[in-house]
Design a protein around this ligand. Structure first.
Ligand SMILES: [Cu+2]
Length: 142
């Protein structure tokens, strides 16, 4: 369908053709919605691969900071059995408490770095601070 001259441009701008297609789809959906009537779709559907996921992917790192009552990055990805370092920059007490009690959690500490060894079993392991209920994070072992 595309002229062969597009192939080199498509290689340097891999998202461009998809973006054009998505733009066309949105324009089409908008046109349909404008026609009104009961058979106009209220939800035009979700494109399969927009490149902008609603939930950010976990960050591949073994270092997490505790600052301003938050874990940063909130969601990380590590290898099985990895050691994750949690550094408290707030100067007051936090804990790193995993929901999965087989993981050795960190009792309250106010400064410095603590390490936690993650399981070898793949999965998402949620943790929180026992002092500040809004402080939550996850470690994806993969
Ligand atoms: Cu805390």
């Amino acid at each position: 369908m595309f002229p062969s001259s597009l192939s080199s441009r498509a290689r340097s701008l891999p998202r461009s053709p998809r973006y054009v297609v998505l733009t066309a789809l949105f324009a089409f959906a908008a046109a349909c919605g404008g026609s009104g009537g009961s058979d106009a779709p209220t939800n035009p559907g979700t494109p399969g691969n927009t490149g902008t996921p609603s939930t950010p992917a976990p960050v591949a790192t073994t270092s997490v900071s505790l600052q301003n009552n938050a874990f940063s990055p909130t969601d990380i990805q590590v290898s099985p059995g990895a050691t994750v370092t949690f550094t408290n920059l707030d100067g007051y007490n936090h804990t790193v408490t995993f929901d999965n009690t087989t993981i050795a959690s960190v009792d309250q500490y106010a400064t410095g770095a603590k390490t936690v060894t993650m399981p070898t079993a793949p999965g998402t392991y949620a943790y929180h601070c026992q002092i500040h209920g809004a402080m939550k994070g996850t470690v994806l072992v993969k």
